[in-house]
Design a protein around this ligand. Structure first.
Ligand code: NAI
Ligand code: MG
Length: 357
């Protein structure tokens, strides 16, 4: 049966980059594709950044592809109506606990990195960030008044064994499809939740994934190592807070926001089907929206991740990745990744080039 894909283009450059993805998916075939509204576009149409019907569609789909949400037009809306709330609700209700952020440097762009070329050439890291637990959600939380007139802000870093084990399992499974190395990152030296994290990841490894090489690293050291010698890593698995920082840090090794895809995965149901949302890391880029300037590659590479991780269509995913590589090698670049002596092309021309490749 054709796989059901729900496409939510969103706002700003979202629809522009998604149009290029749509062309690719139509060419590859085998999908039943629906489109819906999210973010500001949904607010304008329905008065809410995510309509219940769209959420229901997302929960039924085999995968969701999202462009980007937000923009100045909706900045003054109350918190509950903001475009970002649509995305947050989607992530929460799909229970997407594992955020996959690849940091991959295409050969053609290694020279354009702000870092030394030899440091990043061939870089291919996958950061797996726990997304629904930890200090961003832990209770108790709040700001309270103290008797002495001071105020105190409280957040709680908390993880249960099942939360740790399910995200670690995703990391080990990914490693098996890559270089079979996982580095688990926490601060077991100063945090109880970090100690539990380390113990649980080690126990899971010894029981089910002894074929994968596991190492442990403190998060502060990991930040240093990512900048010093990033190619030492294959898969990194870490909690919500450290993953937030470390994935942004790793992203900067690769150059432009316009090149960075992501995936967020949920639990497997009884049929082995995993809820999944694929989206570029970048936002709606209002500064270039509507001007055929956005780089569609982050969104195209997100679709490639969908083919790889939701549909096991590895050959087609490889084909897309190679096509992107060829296009970059040929010096076809949007403005965000253009180098001296090259003429930037637009979003549609970039889509044309990838499709042709
Ligand atoms: P942004 O990622 O939209 O843009 C940052 C800078 O990168 C801009 O100069 C933009 O032109 C450039 N850029 C981003 N994507 C690009 C692409 N594909 N090709 C070429 N250049 C690209 O982040 P910003 O400016 O902080 O936020 C703009 C809006 O997007 C805000 O409303 C924000 O809330 C929203 N946003 C949404 C996200 C999402 O939907 N997941 C994530 C981040 C921001
Ligand atoms: Mg962040």
């Amino acid at each position: 049966m054709a796989k059901r894909v729900l496409i939510l283009p969103g706002d700003g450059i979202g629809p522009e980059v998604m149009a290029q993805v749509r062309r690719l998916l139509d060419r590859i075939g085998g999908f039943s594709i629906d489109e819906g509204l999210v973010g500001g576009a949904a607010y304008d149409a329905h008065g809410t950044p995510l309509h219940d019907d769209t959420l229901a569609e997302a929960l039924k789909a085999d995968a969701v592809l999202l462009g980007a949400v937000g923009g100045p037009k909706w900045d003054t809306l109350p918190f509950a109506d903001k475009p970002e709330r649509g995305l947050l609700r989607l992530r929460k209700d799909m229970d997407l606990f594992a955020n996959l952020r690849p940091a991959l440097v295409f050969d053609a762009l290694a020279g354009a990195s702000t870092l030394k070329t030899d440091l990043v050439r061939g870089l291919d890291i996958m950061i797996v960030r726990e997304l629904t637990g930890g200090v961003y959600f832990g209770e108790p939380r709040g700001i309270e008044a103290l008797p002495n007139g001071e105020r105190r802000g409280v957040n709680t870093q908390v993880y249960t064994t099942s939360e740790i084990v399910r995200v670690a399992r995703v990391a080990f499974e990914l490693a098996r499809k890559r270089d079979r190395r996982v580095c688990s990152v926490e601060k077991a030296n100063v945090m109880e939740s970090g100690l539990l994290w380390r113990e649980e990841v080690q126990t899971l490894h010894d029981a089910d994934y002894a074929d994968v090489a596991l190492s442990h690293m403190y998060a502060d050291n990991c930040a240093m190592q990512l900048v010093r010698q990033p190619k030492q890593f294959d898969v990194i698995v870490t909690d919500n807070l450290f993953g937030d920082l470390l994935s942004d840090c790793a992203a900067m090794l690769t150059g432009s926001l316009g090149m960075l895809p992501s995936a967020s995965l949920g639990a497997e149901d009884a049929d082995g089907r995993r809820k999944a949302l694929y989206e570029p890391v970048h936002g709606s880029a209002p500064d270039i929206a509507g001007r055929d300037k956005a780089n569609p590659m982050a969104c195209i590479l997100s679709a490639s991740m969908m083919l790889r991780y939701s549909f096991d269509r590895t050959a087609e995913a490889d084909l897309i990745d190679r096509a992107c590589q060829e296009v970059l090698n040929a010096g076809i670049r949007t403005g965000d990744i253009v180098e001296p002596g090259m003429t930037p092309v637009g979003t549609v021309a970039m889509g044309d080039a990838v499709l042709a490749a």
